[in-house]
Design a protein around this ligand. Structure first.
Ligand code: NAP
Length: 248
């Protein structure tokens, strides 16, 4: 993978290294796990994070057994303290961050239509799917700002597209539409930097969330995230699916 001047080097204990560093949230399974695999296959050093230490470590070991450069760090995106600890760990141990993938997510509340909405349930979904990425961006972006470069990819959903908004799954839909707003806000606040911030929709993917009948494999679900993470000259503050821009 091409390392741009000033992008790919960092020092730890006097050692010069050229790896790109990535953090992926909610990566013990599903699309997040596959994102870690594909990034590591591109010579990126991946910090696989998950809220559960045992599940996270098992996932890390699986990728290490494939010969991939992956470490684990515990991070629950609903806890500001946990997120800040993870950011401090990255700063202290790697001194930089090239790629941040906000993948962790819960839902889909198909049995929660808007007109009969259980608001507490919606708040719970927002706490993970919207405020989670916001917490993570708040804590990790200062590391990117130090080197004035980086990629932030927010894993959103077609169900969060206002241009195609429908009924049901009100908490999930609201959380992903609001996540897209987070993308726009942060991209706008970082427009004078070389930090590129985008949302993407993986499409209906066969995971615990998507279920066995979903049309896409995890490889397909992860593909656009990895493309957004490593491709040069991308725009910022946009929404993508299948490597193409889509409507909000
Ligand atoms: P998944 O298999 O259910 O995986 C979700 C991951 O998020 C799990 O690792 C889960 O950890 C983690 N997570 C949940 N709450 C967390 C928290 N508070 N802190 C840290 N991690 C947390 O789902 P997936 O299909 O791979 O979904 C990944 C992303 O793609 C989500 O943002 C989802 O909304 C989005 N997406 C999925 C589809 C689809 O069809 N699958 C379609 C569109 C968008 P645990 O194992 O501990 O629960």
């Amino acid at each position: 993978m091409k390392i741009l001047p000033g992008e790919g080097t960092y020092k730890k204990g006097g050692e010069m290294l050229t790896d790109k560093i990535a953090v992926v949230t909610g990566a013990n399974k599903g699309i997040g796990f596959e994102i870690c695999r594909q990034l590591a296959q591109k010579e990126v050093k991946v910090i696989l994070t998950a809220r559960n230490e045992e599940r996270g470590n098992k996932a890390k070991e699986k990728l290490q057994n494939e010969g991939l450069n992956v470490v684990f760090y515990q991070m629950d995106v609903t806890s500001e303290e946990s997120v800040q600890q993870a950011a401090d760990y990255v700063m202290e141990n790697f001194g930089k961050l090239d790629i941040l993938v906000n993948n962790a997510g819960i839902g889909v509340d198909h049995d929660n239509p808007g007109l009969q909405a259980n608001i507490d349930r919606i708040k719970e979904i927002l706490d993970t799917n919207t405020f989670g990425p916001l917490r993570v961006c708040k804590a990790f972006t200062p590391i990117m700002i130090k080197s004035n470069h980086g990629r932030i990819i927010n894993v959103s959903s077609g169900l969060g597209a206002l241009s195609n908004m429908g009924s049901g799954a009100s908490g999930y839909r609201i959380s992903k539409a609001a996540l897209n707003a987070v993308t726009r806000i942060i991209a706008s606040e970082l427009e004078d930097t070389h930090i590129v911030v985008n949302s993407m929709a993986p499409g209906w993917t066969r995971t615990d969330m998507g279920g066995p009948k979903a049309r896409r494999s995890v490889e397909e679900g992860a593909d656009t995230v990895v493309w957004l993470a490593v491709t040069d000259n991308l725009p910022t503050g946009r929404f993508f699916q299948d490597r193409e821009e889509i409507k909000w």
